[in-house]
Design a protein around this ligand. Sequence first.
Ligand code: PEP
Length: 251
Amino acid sequence: MSRTPYIAANWKMNKTVAEAEEYIQALLPKVGAIDDVEIVVCPPFLALQAMVDSARGSSVQIYAQNMHEGDEGAFTGEVTAGMLTEIDVQGVILGHSERRQYFNETDEALARKVPAALGAGLEPILCVGENESQRDADETEAVLTRQIQADLAEVPDARLSEVVIAYEPIWAIGTGRTATPDQAQEAIALIRGLIEGRSAEAGAAIRILYGGSVKPDNAAELISQPDVDGALVGGASLDPGDFAAIVRAAA
Ligand code: PEP
């Protein structure tokens, strides 16, 4: 089965609304002619509305970096899926390792967040990945298995292929230590096998990205691996020229 390549920019806590606006105006002409890659940009919440408006009618989709699983309530500082879809946000990153590490996002919460996003019509990008000591202790397979099973437990098999998974080894995020193409392929093939275990059809269709120090000069080799369907890009996505180069590498 052929899967459309997918490249997503995770800006994290970077760029004001004015900077975001400048970025999208620079990016759109660079990627306008590329119609065989799904292109996603995930700015901070405050820039979402401006980015959605500027990207409307283009091939660039705008996603959030987090959401709460509930519909409303006393959860200071949080936003709901419905608040995101009201302004035409199309998807959301869930379970990024920084949210797991610094904001105590648990697999139990993710088991509620992923179906809540799908239920609201948002495409979730679910991030999973092992840390360095887990890799050194040969626990990568166990960690990925636990995360995938727990985080997708409440997603029906028929909707699994609507989730995008990002394999992001924590030791490779923001460190400049990219996983080798073989390491990325091996972990992503394992994740695909776990999805196939639930539904052969979903396993063949689901997009699984690699994330961790992807740059214009290493993107093509990573993405050319048979099970690697694209990339979730942090640092290198902050420059529209570098991000466009990574999108071109996937085209
Ligand atoms: C990320 O945070 O999702 C990421 C992959 O970051 P970087 O590309 O900077 O390693």
